[in-house]
Write a protein that binds this ligand. Structure first.
Ligand code: AMP
Ligand code: GLY
Length: 429
């Protein structure tokens, strides 16, 4: 079968790596792809959000299945456009993608169906938002309703920060229409985990639990980023807790969508806070987490293609996911200055030394191929991934591999998986 993957980051390189191992795959295309992806798939020079051109390409090249990486094209309705043309595609429709593209929609759904989440209120009017935050006080969380590339959440520790956040989003419109509406939310305290499930709308199969590291610096300090590293599985999420999360959050959410006449097919990613009152939803995403999936896929035993196929065909009930024992860690190498301004075009050295190294994979995020060299070409540049029997071993192996790589300005966190290392409980899921 011919497969087209849409996207260009580390998540997409990990997906291409996994898909490329499938005996079912004849030709793999990636639009637009990146330097690393171009070694495994044919790069297609079409932007991830150019939905019509992607559909034309899929038709022209007899693509049997299109898999969508990022949220942008999903929110734009790529699935609706493909399905209208009779093209098979993996992902939620535009209506279902509102679980990520409108935080107000997701929060209202949770409230209506009594699914655990923090207290909140939604505002279209800045004056009303200000009165509300004056009334409830800080700390408080202010979020843009729409997609902001992961930057739309402001944690306000004081009232003046909260009022400033309302101004930035609603008056200064730093995220344009995405901030026309805001969600003001109770600050939840606890450990954060990502629960990512595959679903055809009826059946849900959880992937291994994972944990992202959103802040730039060690010790969870510094600005928020797209994610500086991840690991799977998360020892604090026991088998019993996973069951509880499926029963109290994932299944009720999927049932709620059914009640609202929304068929959700694809990936539902719940960002959860494990609070003293139990797990609560922080947010939903409608695609694989990046960098979480880079730490999950290396432990998936079987071929991914039949799983994706079963979702598209609505027969996931007959499938299951099988996992290799052990742990996987992903360390993100970023350009100096990221998530602010950074330089690109720096030669990456050391990649050849890691080719074929046991239990180590390098997934490219922002790179460009230049003959037989690779250049940095984005904020997050590489994902160095290692598996091992346990989390300690995986962390050690990953950082040994990181030590082989260098490019000017390279920066990374040195404490990925610190929570798991601190609390090595059972890693059984
Ligand atoms: P989001 O933009 O909703 O993905 O949130 C980004 C990050 O902000 C989350 O991963 C959390 O670390 C943090 N966050 C979001 N909402 C809350 C909340 N209600 N309480 C505490 N932290 C939050
Ligand atoms: N790792 C966070 C995200 O994919 O949104």
């Amino acid at each position: 079968m011919n497969i087209l993957l849409v996207g260009s980051g580390g998540r997409e390189h990990a997906l291409i790596w996994k898909l490329s191992q499938s005996p079912e795959v004849k030709t793999l295309y990636c639009a637009p792809g990146n330097g690393g992806i171009s070694e495994l798939a044919q790069s297609v020079d079409i932007g991830a959000e150019d939905v019509e051109s992607l559909a034309e390409f899929a038709e022209a090249k007899d693509v049997d299945l299109t898999v969508v990486g990022p949220e942008g094209p999903l929110a734009k309705g790529i699935v609706d456009v493909f399905e209208k043309r009779g093209l098979r595609i993996f992902g939620p429709t535009k209506a279902a993608a509102r679980m990520e593209s409108s935080k107000a929609f997701a929060k209202n759904l949770l409230k209506k169906y009594h699914i655990p989440t923090g207290q909140f209120a939604v505002f279209d009017d800045p004056q009303a938002a200000r009165s509300y935050v004056r009334q409830v006080g800080a700390p408080i969380v202010i979020k843009a309703d729409g997609l902001c590339g992961g930057k739309g959440t402001i944690i306000a520790h004081t009232l003046s920060e909260a009022l400033g956040a309302i101004d930035l989003l609603m008056e200064d419109r730093i995220f344009r229409q995405a901030g026309e509406r805001i969600v003001v939310e109770e600050l939840l305290v606890g450990e954060e985990v990502s629960i990512i499930v595959l679903t055809d709308g009826a059946t849900a199969i959880p992937l291994l639990t994972s944990q992202d590291h959103k802040r730039l610096h060690d010790g969870d300090k510094g600005p928020n980023t797209g994610g500086m590293g991840a690991y799977a599985p998360v020892p604090v999420v026991s088998e019993a807790l996973t069951k509880q999360i499926m029963e109290q959050i994932i299944h009720p959410t999927l049932n709620a969508l059914v009640s609202e006449d929304i068929l959700f097919k694809g990936v539902l990613y719940a960002g959860l806070m494990l609070t003293a009152d139990g797990p609560k939803v922080l947010e939903f995403n409608v695609r694989f987490g990046d960098p979480e999936i880079q730490a999950i896929l290396p432990l998936l035993k079987q071929d991914l293609v039949p799983l994706l196929d079963d979702i598209v065909e609505g027969r996931l009930a007959q499938s299951r996911a099988e996992w290799q024992a052990g742990s996987c860690v992903c360390v993100v190498l970023a350009s100096g200055g990221y998530p602010g301004e950074f330089a690109i075009g720096k030669e990456i050295r050391g990649l050849a030394r890691l080719k074929g190294r046991e239990k180590v994979l390098v997934f490219h995020a922002g790179t460009k191929r230049d003959g037989d060299r690779f250049l940095s070409w984005g904020g997050r540049v590489l994902n160095v991934v290692a598996t091992d029997e346990d989390i300690e071993g995986a962390v050690k192996r990953a950082y040994e591999a990181v030590g082989e790589i260098a490019f000017e300005g390279m920066t990374y966190r040195k404490d990925i998986a610190w929570r798991a290392l601190k609390k090595p409980v059972s890693s059984k899921q």
